[in-house]
Design a protein around this ligand. Structure first.
Ligand SMILES: [Zn+2]
Length: 485
């Protein structure tokens, strides 16, 4: 399911391939798990996402769908789909039988003619048979790719995206409701308290039919008393065992929650017990919890590093947090593979547009220049040209489209950006849309922000592959600092 393809020389960052057989998707990691509302990226339709590279894994939280559509509706829907599928299969089989019979009759008629032809050209017939077999294989693949039921079919999310199911609503990460021994307290999209048992959660997972299910776990907040934290962590281990016992093909891969809590004693004790369970081979990956609360960057890196040292390398690690670019790089530097974030959306809702393009252009041109230096002596001229280009193109990392300076700016958000918004619209048009509170502004800005965010991940993978992660991170940090000036 997960394969590491490259480990960076100077950091613990790594490249990998995560295969999700249910959706026939292979993700290149590190990558981005896009936060959604019931499987939809806010302001966009599934079609909009198809033109954005790397947006294939979508996260959903149980509280978003616990009432709408709810377990009963999903069960009824799945039953209806399964009955429909089976009736289609029976019809297909009957049609196939009829076809076979017809073909049999025709074959009898043509057998005599074919025998004559065979003598003339054996090779040609061999080729035709080969083509027939290929067509049959294609049909089988198409059948496998169809989504038979589950939440993706219910909402029409489409087969090109995979689902990552969590019990917690990441938008309310700071909210804390006490759970009981039997039930997990969650925060609904409206901010109300919901109680759910781990068995109910797994039942939901089975009906949702996601690619990845995160094990049911309790929110642990750092400022809780030690005995309380220990109690909560114990419950989560018990529930992980329950999730393993209820794991099926329908619930997908199971990711265990890691508690990156401040107290190293409780953390390590929990990790010891967790790793014993992981040895049984029923856990397919990890999700880091208790981070991006109020801890410092140094503290966060330290905790991640101390935990990843003990984890088996061959399992993917994910993290939840609306992190900035450099905060994401902190995590990836310590060996995190998947980042679940709604950072681009948060920017969009503040009328901010991400302009991330500059740093890697410098790094890539450095690479090109080095290669050219070996061959020719024209390197000085080329370097000067690149410097001039970069000076011309320099613009802040974040642009606030409500700023009046964009009123007459007829450039796209980012010159050279290949997203739909930049190819077709200008800053002044979006400035106008924002001014008149037209919703299209959000759609265009979110399309662009997600596109730029995915480019950031693409370039991050390039930097890891070329062992330039540290330089890449420095360039991003410089860019972020320049934006604050
Ligand atoms: Zn764009």
């Amino acid at each position: 399911m997960f394969e590491i393809t490259h480990e960076e020389e100077n950091t613990e960052s790594r490249l990998g391939k995560l295969t999700l057989p249910k959706s026939s998707i292979t993700l290149e990691t590190p990558c981005f798990i896009c936060s959604t509302q019931r499987g939809f990226v806010r302001h966009l339709t599934p079609d909009n996402l198809l033109n954005i590279p790397d947006i294939e894994l979508l996260s959903i939280n149980l509280p978003q769908i616990i009432y709408k559509p709810g377990l009963t509706t999903l069960k009824r829907f799945n039953k209806y789909c399964q009955e429909k599928e089976s009736s289609i299969e029976i019809k297909e089989k009957e049609n196939q039988k009829e076809k076979d019979q017809e073909i049999g009759k025709e074959k009898e008629k043509t057998n005599k003619k074919e025998q004559e032809k065979e003598n003339e050209s054996n090779l040609k017939i061999g080729e035709e048979k080969g083509i027939e077999i290929e067509i049959e294989d294609e049909n089988d693949n198409n059948k496998q790719n169809q989504i038979k039921d589950g939440l993706k079919r219910y909402y029409g999310i489409g087969s090109k995206h995979a689902l990552f199911l969590k019990i917690r609503n990441s938008e309310f990460a700071g909210f804390y409701y006490p759970s009981t021994d039997e039930k997990i307290a969650c925060c609904s999209s409206e901010g109300t308290k919901i109680f759910i048992t781990p068995s109910q959660y797994m039942e939901f997972a089975s009906e949702i039919n996601p690619d990845i299910t995160v094990s049911p776990a309790i929110e642990v907040v750092g400022n809780n008393k030690r005995d309380k934290i220990e109690k909560q962590v114990k419950r989560s281990l018990k529930w992980l065992n329950l999730a393993i016992s209820k794991k099926t093909a329908r619930t997908g891969s199971l990711f265990a929650v890691l508690y990156a809590i401040e107290d190293p004693k409780i953390r390590n004790k929990y990790l010891d017990q967790l790793l014993k369970i992981v040895k049984n081979g029923k856990v397919d990956g990890f999700l880091f919890g208790c981070l991006f609360l109020n801890e410092s960057r140094i503290e966060r890196k330290k905790r991640i590093s101390e935990i990843t040292e003990l984890l088996p390398k061959e399992l993917p690690r994910s993290i939840v947090g609306d992190a900035t670019l450099s905060q994401i790089l902190d995590c990836v530097e310590k060996g995190i593979d998947l980042i679940n974030s709604s950072f681009p959306l948060k920017l969009t809702e503040l009328n901010l547009v991400l302009n991330y393009q500059n740093p890697l252009q410098n790094l890539r041109s450095e690479n090109k220049n080095k290669n050219q230096k070996k061959n020719k002596n024209e390197d000085i001229e080329i370097e000067n040209e690149n410097e001039n280009e970069n000076k011309k193109q320099f613009e802040p990392l974040l642009m606030n489209l409500r700023n009046i300076k964009y009123e007459d700016d007829n450039k796209p958000f980012v010159v050279g950006c290949q997203c739909f918004a930049c190819k077709n619209h200008t800053r002044q048009y979006v400035y106008h849309l924002i001014s008149v509170r037209e919703m299209t502004a959000m759609i265009l800005m979110n399309l662009h922000n997600i596109y730029q965010y995915s480019l950031f991940f693409k370039d991050m993978r390039w930097a890891i592959k070329n062992n330039k992660f540290i330089q890449f991170k420095e360039a991003i940090e410089t860019l972020e600092k320049s934006n604050l000036k």
